[in-house]
Design a protein around this ligand. Structure first.
Ligand SMILES: *Cc1c(COP(=O)(O)O)cnc(C)c1O
Length: 329
């Protein structure tokens, strides 16, 4: 399958904005981008007077090494949320194309679809869904808000069935909590697979606003055309690179182990109180009962109410002790 055939015709033809960074060039003095000529902020190590590149190349190299792909198979974005939007803008023609989701799932797929004028189709089962007019199929894995992980064999079948018609976007926002289940290595075998990653969850850096799109080079080059010219702020890539050092990765994995243990403990406490809890592969639990939300709130703990279910994020051990107090209160 040629990925270009799936893209919107106007994006296929589009020549991206030719920023000074993109045009590039070697010189002793740079007066090509209307930037200030010298240091403007004492004590700041980065060249904050300069625009960053179209992509943070060193960060992309570090992330590629971390997940075992080639740098050309990555696009750094302002959160996975921007990855979702850029995919829709590159592949879905407004008023004509649609995206497919299986609710309950992450809310931004539908919101981004709506804001781009693209139809949002829903199905009760992606396995059995008609894929004939969807351009993008979103699979949140582990799923937010249920925490469940779509079976790998079923995902493979979906990719095969969608091949030639649709991209399958596997949102791995929570995959570090179950690292072995990642499908990033599959991008070599499935040209229509796109994976989304983020620094917001297991890396603990939601304030950075940084995510990654992982896909084959052709797909990445299409998405890069649609992305804003200087998307990743210089301090953001500097901080993110620290998270990808050996120490940074060890700290992230230690956090994952702690969160997974706290999640198990909270599941036990909830079940002891008679709440039904869904098994979760992420840093949250979904429990039955809207009144659970009210009980927690009465104890000073704000969870997320989703219909007659309550989603509880797994925070620090101190925070989880407060959750337990509120449960007992
Ligand atoms: C939190 C979340 C995101 C958003 O990630 P950002 O990188 O913070 O934009 C994307 N997908 C899912 C499933 C999420 O839960």
């Amino acid at each position: 399958m040629n990925i270009f055939d799936l893209a919107r015709p106007n994006i296929r033809e589009l020549v991206p904005y030719q920023s000074a960074r993109r045009i590039g060039g070697e010189a002793a003095v740079f007066v090509n981008a209307n930037e200030a000529g010298g240091a403007v902020l004492a004590g700041f190590e980065g060249a904050i007077n300069r625009y960053p590149g179209a992509q943070p190349l060193e960060l992309v190299q570090d992330y590629a090494a971390y997940i075992g792909v080639k740098p050309g198979q990555l696009l750094a974005t302002r959160g996975a949320d921007e990855g979702i939007e850029v995919l829709i803008r590159a592949f879905c023609e407004p008023e004509l194309d649609s995206i497919l989701i299986q609710p309950p799932t992450y809310g931004m797929y539908a919101i981004s679809g709506e804001t781009c004028g693209v139809q949002v189709k829903t199905t009760v089962s992606l396995q059995e869904a008609d894929l004939s007019d969807a351009k993008l199929v979103f699979v949140c894995r582990p799923n937010n808000p249920t925490g469940e992980m779509m079976d790998a064999q079923q995902l493979k079948e979906l990719l095969i069935r969608a091949n030639g018609r649709a991209l399958v976007v596997v949102d791995e926002a929570y995959i570090e909590f179950s690292e072995a289940d990642s499908v990033v290595s599959w991008i070599e075998d499935f040209p229509n697979l796109v994976v989304l990653r983020t620094f917001s969850k297991a890396f603990g850096m939601a304030g950075l606003r940084l995510g990654m799109v992982v896909a084959n080079e052709d797909c990445i080059s299409l998405l890069a055309k649609v992305l804003a010219p200087y998307p990743i702020a210089t301090p953001v890539s500097a901080i993110a690179r620290q998270a990808l050092t050996n120490e940074g990765l060890a700290a992230m994995r230690a956090r994952v182990r702690e969160v997974n243990a706290l999640r198990g403990a909270l599941a036990g406490q909830l079940e002891d109180k008679g709440y039904k809890v869904l098994p979760s592969s992420a840093n949250f639990l979904l429990a039955e009962g809207g009144e659970l939300f009210d009980k927690l709130l009465a104890g000073g703990v704000l969870a997320r109410k989703l219909g007659n279910q309550t989603r509880i994020s797994i925070g620090s051990s101190d925070e989880m002790a407060k959750v337990q107090e509120a449960l007992n209160g």
